[in-house]
Design a protein. Structure first.
Length: 372
């Protein structure tokens, strides 16, 4: 460094930090050789704290205000330096300004789905997102445990660690709460407050305080959300039998597009299972209210592939009519609820009997009389 740069550094006697960023947590004040003159002015603005570090040891901490640096307001540094009668010449020390303002609208979210066991729907995958607000509550601890000697420490360097803490506590809190899947949306505020309390101890270890924690959304898998919406609609309509027939037809259409039984057939089976669960819940609620339980739909109901088209649902009487008309044969593909694949009609015992015993050929004519 040149002579004028050195002289300029010696002439500067004001130590301050004007924060022009919105993400800086710690800023180290730069001085030539870290030298500070006797009587230098220290200006600490609101939402700041100044921390002096001498030879790697934390010394004095200054809250907001304007100070003239003398032995009387540098008690710890004076002890470390061994100044018994004050100091006259410049001394070396690092000055770190720590921002104590609120850092708002920090995002958090589960990077992958997580699973809970719900009393109504079994094992369910979820994702969640939200925001939180934090600030530095103990500047010395934050420098000691987190930022260290970093000359400019930003929020990007710590939010990854904080997000991991949040996700861990969030998943544990959801699992421990015992809230049903259908109640989670109405319990988000209670969960937010509970998780904030649990996070507080972890944040304190970093010299931080979590001021606010919010859950913005807890999302379900698209397929499950669709089923829940449909279940809500059918509860409003009140005709579960009709809903079952509609979902059965939808499942058969998917299965017909994939006769191997994969993909659409599996989706249809899942849909039927979900519908049956909704029916059971509705029946239990009706019983508790003294209302009669609606009778189950007539079973079995069959679907058949006739002329490359799906026909159904058909009961056994209707199947018999198609057999008599020659439109359903033993090799016709059929399906009913509970089956994963389309099969030939002749493989189902309840349909085999409809075809009857195979007709015997007419007996041969009697032999002609002897001698003719």
């Amino acid at each position: 460094m040149g002579f004028w740069d050195k002289l300029k550094g010696e002439l500067i006697d004001v130590i301050e930090w004007i924060d022009q960023t919105n993400d800086t947590l710690v800023y180290r004040f730069e001085r030539y050789g870290n030298e500070i003159k006797n009587g230098a002015k220290l200006i600490v603005r609101e939402s700041q704290v100044a921390v002096f570090v001498s030879e790697g040891e934390l010394a004095d901490v200054f809250p907001p205000g304007t100070y003239t640096l003398e032995t009387k307001n540098l008690p710890i540094l004076s002890t470390l330096k061994g100044w018994k009668y004050g100091f006259k010449s410049p001394f070396k020390a690092e000055v770190y300004f720590v921002s104590t303002r609120l850092f708002k609208n920090m995002k958090w979210g589960t990077p992958n789905v997580f699973y809970i066991r719900d009393k109504d729907f079994g094992r369910v995958s979820l994702r969640a997102f939200g925001t939180y607000t934090f600030r530095v509550s103990d500047a010395a601890k934050f420098i000691r445990n987190v930022s260290g000697t970093d000359g400019e420490f930003t929020t990007d360097e710590v939010i990854g660690e904080l997000r991991s803490l949040i996700i861990t506590h969030f998943i544990d809190a959801v699992a421990e709460s015992g809230y049903s899947l259908l109640d989670l949306a109405s319990k988000q505020r209670d969960l937010s407050l509970e998780i904030q309390k649990k996070l507080q101890d972890d944040f304190v270890e970093y010299g931080l305080e979590i001021v606010k924690f919010l859950i913005n959304s807890i999302t379900l898998p698209e397929e499950l959300q669709k089923r829940l919406d449909e279940g809500t609609g059918i509860n409003m309509l009140g005709d579960l039998n009709r809903y079952q027939q509609m979902k059965a037809a939808e499942a058969m259409a998917n299965a017909a597009q994939n006769p191997s039984g994969m993909g659409g057939g599996v989706e249809g089976i899942l849909g039927m299972a979900f519908m049956q669960q909704m029916m059971n819940q509705q029946n239990r609620a009706s019983t508790m209210q003294g209302a009669p339980v609606p009778p189950p739909p007539p079973m079995p109901q069959f679907y058949a592939i006739i002329g490359n088209q799906q026909i159904g649902p058909l009961n056994t009487e209707q199947i018999k009519q198609y057999i008599n008309a020659g439109q359903i044969t033993p090799d016709t593909l059929v399906w009913k609820q509970g089956m994963q694949n389309w099969v030939a009609a002749k493989t189902l015992p309840e349909l085999t009997v409809l075809f009857g015993a195979p007709s015997s050929p007419p007996p041969p004519p009697p032999p002609p009389p002897a001698g003719q």
